[in-house]
Design a protein around this ligand. Structure first.
Ligand SMILES: NC(=O)c1ccc[n+]([C@@H]2O[C@H](COP(=O)([O-])OP(=O)(O)OC[C@H]3O[C@@H](n4cnc5c(N)ncnc54)[C@H](O)[C@@H]3O)[C@@H](O)[C@H]2O)c1
Length: 363
């Protein structure tokens, strides 16, 4: 990496912006925190003061027009990701956009098109792809240890984890959907990424909304709005048939009557399986005609920082991105088809295409 300091701006000064983006970009020597923008100017001012950022805006276009930034983080509600990303790209600014990349595949594709025209980089904030566990599993699976993969399970189930009942998170217009677009976009994404994002054949599933009325199932630390809208699903369950014959079942829930929260990915192959359950990796296989479970001892390096260093490296050196915008189109296509299937109460098929690059960008 060379010594150039990159001019950084942040759009959307909410909780994720501070916890994840500012806390990490501020630690990188070749980043200058230049400006911050939020429609709620007080939120922007609060973070500006705390992180020593001198330029504060309430309008992202004005900030992008004036500041000659090299990169921005976009941490606004989901429905603004496409609009702000494409504007930043037309200004020649690299974009680190939070998940989901957009609220549907068409909008995600607009970001990819703007990126291709600008020659800049767009990375999605898929931090789960950057953990030590994910990096290990990706290498392990890519090395062929599982044999032929035939079945995948993915899920993230919370007992009381609605991220702000009655806020933008539970409003379809601003979020694009409910738990599927919030948590599914992390963990179904991770499962499919680990197996190489194969082409889907069809999706089926159902959505449920059972906790919109209760004030008791909000996520700890997230404020709700008692008069706000709740018109999205709090539970999503589904099944994907992949074109290669493998199958995926998934389950996501913001709120449910279970004992404990759980995240899980299980990938089953003809030679072995892996599980990532509540963050713990295990390998399941056979040795000497005996079933064995292996617990890898992973290097406990700092996790999140990798995502930010990697994006800078990619801007400066062209290093291939781990979470490029094209992957957001793939995921949003699956989610669009899932919502369609849930509303029609029948499987929805994908158009068959031979080559994967077309598949990523053609739905
Ligand atoms: N990667 C992760 O693990 C993770 C975790 C939490 C949230 N997220 C994502 O981050 C994004 C933000 O989530 P959050 O929890 O920080 O939400 P939040 O509500 O705390 O923050 C959103 C901020 O955007 C601001 N905003 C709204 N419209 C704007 C506009 N036009 N211009 C500038 N600012 C505007 C709001 O005033 C608010 O301060 C979402 O897309 C969410 O899915 C990702």
């Amino acid at each position: 990496m060379n010594n150039k300091k990159l001019r950084y701006g942040l759009i959307g000064a909410g909780s994720n912006a501070e916890r994840k983006h500012l806390n990490n970009y501020m630690t990188l020597a070749n980043v200058e925190l230049v400006s911050i923008c939020d429609v709620n100017i007080e939120s922007a001012e609060r973070l500006a003061k705390k992180y020593n950022i001198t330029k504060v805006y309430s309008n992202y276009e004005e900030m992008l027009d004036k500041e000659e930034l090299d990169l921005v983080s976009i941490c606004t509600p989901n429905f603004l990701h496409a609009e702000i990303s494409t504007y930043a790209l037309t200004k020649g600014v690299n974009v680190h956009c939070e998940k989901p990349l957009a609220i549907n595949a068409n909008e995600a594709q607009k970001i990819v098109d703007a990126k291709n025209q600008s020659g800049k980089q767009v990375m999605i904030g898929l931090n789960n792809r950057f953990t030590n566990e994910a990096v290990f599993l990706k290498k392990y699976i890519d090395s062929g240890y599982l044999g032929e993969i035939y079945q995948v399970k993915a899920g993230w189930i919370r007992r009381s984890g609605i991220p702000g009942r009655g806020t933008w998170f539970t409003n379809k217009d601003s979020a694009g959907g409910g738990v599927m677009i919030d948590l599914g976009v992390h963990y179904l994404d991770l499962a499919l990424y680990l197996i190489g994002m194969p082409a889907p054949s069809y999706v089926t599933g159902a959505i449920h909304q059972n906790f919109s009325h209760t004030t008791t199932r909000n996520r700890n630390g997230y404020k709700g709005n008692p008069n706000g809208i709740f018109n999205v699903e709090d539970t999503a369950v589904g099944f994907i048939g992949l074109q290669n014959g493998a199958t995926v079942n998934f389950e996501f829930s913001w709120a449910s009557n279970i004992e404990q929260d759980k995240t899980f990915i299980e990938i089953l192959g003809t030679k072995g399986g892996i599980s990532l359950i509540n963050g713990e990796v295990k390998i399941h296989s056979e040795l000497l005609e005996t079933c064995v479970d292996i617990s890898p001892v992973l290097n406990p390096n700092i996790k999140l920082k990798n995502e930010f260093e990697h994006f800078l490296n990619s801007i400066l050196t062209g290093e291939e991105l781990i979470a490029p915008a094209e992957h957001g189109v793939y995921m949003m296509n699956i989610i669009d088809h899932f919502y369609k299937a849930a509303s029609r109460k029948e499987p929805v098929f994908f158009e068959k295409v031979k080559d994967k690059v077309r598949l990523l960008s053609s739905f």
